[in-house]
Structures are given as C-alpha cells and as structure tokens.
Ligand binder design. Sequence first.
Ligand code: NAD
Length: 503
Amino acid sequence: MTASLSQPQVIEAHNYINGQWVPARSGETFESRNPATGELLGLVAKSGPADADAAVQAARAAFDNWRKYPAPRRGELLFKVAQILAARKEEIARLMTQEMGKVLTEARGDVQEGIDMTYYMAGEGRRQHGFTAPSEMFDKFQMAVRDPVGVVAAITPWNFPMAIPTWKIMPALITGNTVVFKPAPDTPLVARELVKIFEEAGLPAGVLNMVCDTGRAAGEALLQHPEIDIYSFTGSTETGKHVLTETAGRLKKVSLELGGKNAIMVMDDANLDLAVDGIVWSAFGTTGQRCTAASRIIAHRAIEKELTDKLVSRIEKLRLGDGLQDTTDVGPVINSKQRHRIHEYTRIGKAEGANLLLGGDIPTEDGLDKGHFYRPTLFNKVRPDMRIAQEEIFGPTTVVIGVDSLEEAIKVNNGVKYGLSASLYTQDVNRAFFAMREVATGILYINAGTIGAEVHLPFGGTRQTGNGHREAAGAAIDFFTEWKAVYVDFSGKLQRAQIDMDM
Ligand code: NAD
C-alpha cells in the first residue's frame, strides 16, 4: 500500500455562526487527521461554551422569520442544496474517505444517502400534512396543524459524517426549526462541506449554525443551554443516557439513536452463498463501524460448519488499506482509542473461551503501519452470554453462535440490550413471517444483511438503541413538529363539549 493518493492542503475549519465563518473564541484549534495515513487534513475551531452560546443565540434570533417562511419555499432551498450536493458528490466522498477512512464506494453511498434525504425532505415542504376531523358539535370545524419546535441541537457521530447530519438537519429545517449542529470531532471537515452548501444555496443567516469541538466542551454547553428546545442525538448509548439525564430537568424533547449488537440469523434452508455475501458486507463494510453492523452470526447447527468454512475463506481474502485505493476492501478504524477498544474485545473473547478463527491483531506490514488498521476478526464457539456476544465492539469483529431452531435463534437475537437491526436468511416463507412478528428490533431484513436502510422508511431501534423515536421518513417530521389542535366554532353560541350533547 502506498500513501494517500491525493495530497490535500491543510484546511482551516472555522465555526459557522449567524452566516459567518468564525474561529473559536479561544483562538484554539484541534487537528483532523487521515486515519489511514496519519496525514494532517485540517485545523479545526476548538470551541467551548461561549461559541456554543453564540450559535444558540443566532439560531434563536433567526427562528421567528424562518418559521414563517413558507414551507414550500424552504423546500425549494433544500432542493437546491440537494442539487449542489449531487454535483459535488465525488469531491466530498473523497474527503470523507480521507477524513474517516471508509472505502470510496461506501463514502459515495454516504453522500448519496444525504442527497436522497435532502430531496425527500425538500418534497415535505409541500406536504408535512396535518388533518381535519369531524366535530361532535353542530357548526364546528376542527383540525390539527404542525408547528416547528424551535431551536434544535443536532449532535452527530463520525461514522456517517454526511448521511447522519442530513437525517437531522433536513427534517428540522423543512419544518421551520433553526439548528445548531455539533459534528463529531473526528469528522468536522465533511460537516463543514455540508454547511458550505447551505451557504451557497442562500440559507438565511442564523438558520443553520455549526460549532466544532474535541468531544464535549461545546456539546455539553448545548445540553445545559436554556434556549435549546429540542435535541437530536446519535452516538453511543453511554453518551445518549447522559444527554437524556442532563436535559430531563428542562423537560426537553430528545431523540436518541444509539448503539447496536445486530445479528444475522442463518437457517438450515438458507442459500449459504447469499448469506456469506450479506455477512461479509454487513460485518466488515465500513470496517464494522456501522450502528447496524452484523456483529453476531446466529447459525443453525446443521449448516454452522459449512457456513463458517465459507466465511473464513472469504474473510481471509479481504484486503486492508487506504480507502482511496480501489484494491482496498476494508479501511482503517477511526482512531487509536477505538482500535485499542477493539483489540481489548479480542482479548476478552479469548479469555471467555471463544475460539479466535481469524484476525485479532494489529497489522504491521509496510503501508499499514501509519494508520489505525485492525485485521478482520472472526470468533466461533461463542455463547450468547459472552461479552463479545452482548456488547457493541464497533469494529471489524464478528462472532458465530450455534443454535438448533429458528425459535432459539430469535431468542438469542432478542437477548441483548440493543434492538436496532436484524436479518434472517431462509427460503421458507412461513419462517420469514414468523420472524417478522417475533424479532424485537426496529429494522429487519429477510435474505439481506443488517445494513441498507433507505431514507423513506423509519430508522431506529428498540430497547437501549434509543428512546422510542425514529429518524427519517414521516417519523422525522413528527419528531421535529408539535401538534396544535385548532377548533373553530361558527354556531354563534356557546357549545360546551361533552355537555351540550342534545343540541
Ligand atoms: P459518542 O457518543 O462518543 O459521540 C457522539 C457525539 O456526541 C459526538 O459529536 C461527540 O462529540 C458528542 N458528545 C460526546 N460527549 C458529549 C457530551 N458530554 N455532551 C454533548 N455531546 C457529547 O459516539 P461516537 O463514537 O461518535 O459514535 C459511535 C456510536 O454511535 C456507536 O455506539 C454507534 O452505534 C452509534 N451510532 C448509532 C446510530 C443509530 O442511528 N442508532 C448511527 C450511527 C452511530
């Protein structure tokens, strides 16, 4: 492997507050580096509470005009954003691969998801319907309409640096809210590109603001800020719980999209080659760093050995490297801290008595030594109660668990604290429908892996994957609006609901 194919200049990345690109009040910066090569890509505003406060004040000041701006015209602006994003897809995808490591084809998919979400929400400018319902009284009309909630704090992780911000920002803006966006410290440069596109499209000042930080300084200030009305957070379960408890005292609306421990169940009647394709893609795509990554394979014992053999021969061939090179199948993990955590789970798995079949080590070959690479890792002889089968690893590690029936597979699938995505490989329609009823996750795939959500279906999970909200589709419109019930009495007399029944 050689060094990164392009040599980008170091980008100076400021905050975006009230339509202006401004450095952090402290004047300090932090580095954004390529996880495959270690090269310096950007110097980013290291923000704190004062920067967060300025962004919130700008969003608050812009809210009154933006909420009254006709929604179809907000939609036209989003449509323009989608067009610019589409025109710049390749350039942004390359930056994304450099900044967070996912291979270029997947980075293109991440940007495409952002484009899809933006077009989808642009269309909502002419929908975001309310409804009417008949009144129980004579000469009375009633309807339910949507109002924006106010100022949104959108706090995002690094693993989908374009898609996830669009899941939050697009539905928030189309429904008339204003936004303070705090991207993850590992991916501020991709975030900056999204904000630049809004600027180019002509978004009024203050409607979208961005503050960057190294982790929590600005984010924590947003959690405490009295002028934030609604929080949309994606990240780890641990941080999500913190977001919820910190904002509970002000009774704020909070959407949490958190971790996963997703499983692919493979039955004895499954097309095994198809299942192997789905497993390799779902477990090692994005180096296993997707909230929907398949980190458990629940295999019927009748096919467990054949499936495992096929998996080993496929995983052995995966090529690690810089995601910009088209020979690369698996890129680096995001940073050294995360790699350490993944390696620690390898140690835990071995100590628990699981059998390490492949990987489990840090490659030292030439070309891989400067990046945060980790060898694709497969364990078998894993019991459902082991930590490697229960806890989110968020890396290129997956485990095989043997079961004797579909019922047992579903019990194992449901027996973790998370409930994001699941998948079943079977050719039996009865088994498929049984699983559709019994699997306790927010997303289920039949004869496909655990990844591949589309923007017009609700996205999210059960149990500790979240707090009951969903992103994308109409669910996002529901989250970012408040219902207002309006009753119009045109009878000209007092009509008392539930009392004057015989008039
Ligand atoms: P993280 O929780 O460490 O960080 C997420 C965001 O929260 C970042 O912007 C971070 O700076 C910010 N943050 C951290 N501490 C904060 C604090 N005290 N106050 C305010 N903000 C704070 O998560 P991560 O490592 O960036 O992302 C990986 C996690 O995200 C995984 O657990 C993964 O499963 C999850 N994830 C979930 C989904 C989903 O939709 N369910 C999607 C992608 C990722």
